[in-house]
Design a protein around this ligand. Structure first.
Ligand code: C2E
Ligand code: MG
Ligand code: MG
Ligand code: MG
Length: 284
């Protein structure tokens, strides 16, 4: 039996379990209290427009500062949060925090959109519209400064329902982008039905730019996106070779460690003082 657990909580494990499973159980046990204990924080990663050489916006990414394990990546705890349903209150918090931060940047003269990642669970919760409206109202944020990132695999679920919810969200003025595009289940045949503003090319493509066939696929995606009036944002841009290839292929907006890591807000402040590629960030 595991020690140090709350009342009525049992966590039985034996020697055959790997340390990964033990870690997951610990995360699972602690996650539902992370909100009340203020253990979450949000980091912001810049998106860069290479055509205008200027800032394009930020993506909000959640982090969990676990008292014993240190900072835990969302890759580890989002799936747990989805299983338990905790993803809904967690996203409410992230949305509120991102909207508040965006408003505060706007008041300081840095007018840039912030995007927040959404899990399919939010669409199934029946409260997404209210949640987004609530976050905007509470922060007093212009809806045009908020963007929501959804994933391709969502369209495997009730597509008509998801389209309806996305339409309602976009009617508010909030933008929507499709994250990790090109991985997992292809939604290409449905792209003309899903109301979105941008495609985010998964970093797997960026990692594989030296392969001519991969470049051909990116090229086709970019051409298709132009016809459908969608912005293309390349993820995982880490070096100048990536930028050279992606620019050749017609990508204009990039996100990745080359331009900036996901940063706490005080680090964003430092980053803004010396923007990449001698570019501009338009702080008035
Ligand atoms: P994502 O939305 O596709 O976010 C991009 C991920 O790639 C981030 O990992 C980011 O730190 C990482 N990344 C950015 N630039 C580079 C690069 O140049 N090279 C490499 N190797 N990686 C780069 P992170 O922050 O660990 O987030 C992982 C995923 O967790 C996100 O993928 C997103 O799907 C999910 N996630 C993060 N925050 C939230 C949230 O608040 N809600 C939900 N539902 N999911 C979230
Ligand atoms: Mg994302
Ligand atoms: Mg992404
Ligand atoms: Mg990704």
């Amino acid at each position: 039996k595991a020690k140090g657990m709350g009342k009525n909580q049992y966590c039985v494990y034996d020697e055959t379990m790997g340390s990964r499973e033990v870690r997951r159980m610990e995360l699972e046990k602690d996650l539902h209290r992370a909100l009340e204990h203020n253990q979450f924080f949000v980091v912001y990663q810049p998106k860069w427009n290479v055509k205008t050489n200027s800032l394009f916006g930020f993506e909000a990414l959640i982090r969990w500062d676990h008292p014993r394990l240190g900072v835990v990546s969302p890759v580890e705890f989002i799936s747990i949060a989805e299983e338990t349903g905790f993803i809904v209150p967690m996203t409410r918090w992230t949305l509120a925090e991102a909207c508040r931060q965006c408003k505060s940047w706007q008041e300081a003269g840095l007018v840039q959109p912030v995007s927040v990642n959404l899990s399919i669970r939010l669409f199934q919760s029946g409260s997404l519209h209210e949640l987004v409206q609530g976050a905007l109202d509470k922060a007093g944020l212009d809806p045009h400064l908020l963007e929501l990132e959804i994933t391709e695999s969502m369209v495997l679920h009730d597509i008509n329902d998801i389209v309806r919810q996305l339409q309602a969200i976009r009617a508010m003025g909030v933008r929507v982008s499709m994250d990790d595009f090109g991985t997992g289940y292809s939604s290409i045949g449905l792209l003309d039905r899903i109301p979105i503003d941008a495609l985010k090319l998964d970093k797997l493509f960026t990692n594989d730019l030296v392969t001519p066939s991969k470049r051909a696929i990116i090229n086709a995606i970019v051409l298709m996106a132009e016809t459908l009036n969608l912005e293309v944002i390349a993820e995982g841009v880490e070096n100048e070779e990536h930028i050279r290839f992606l620019t050749q292929l017609g990508c204009t907006v990039m996100q990745g460690y080359y331009y900036g890591r996901p940063m706490k807000t005080d680090e964003v402040g430092e980053w803004l003082k010396k923007p990449p590629a001698g570019g501009s960030v338009e702080v008035s």
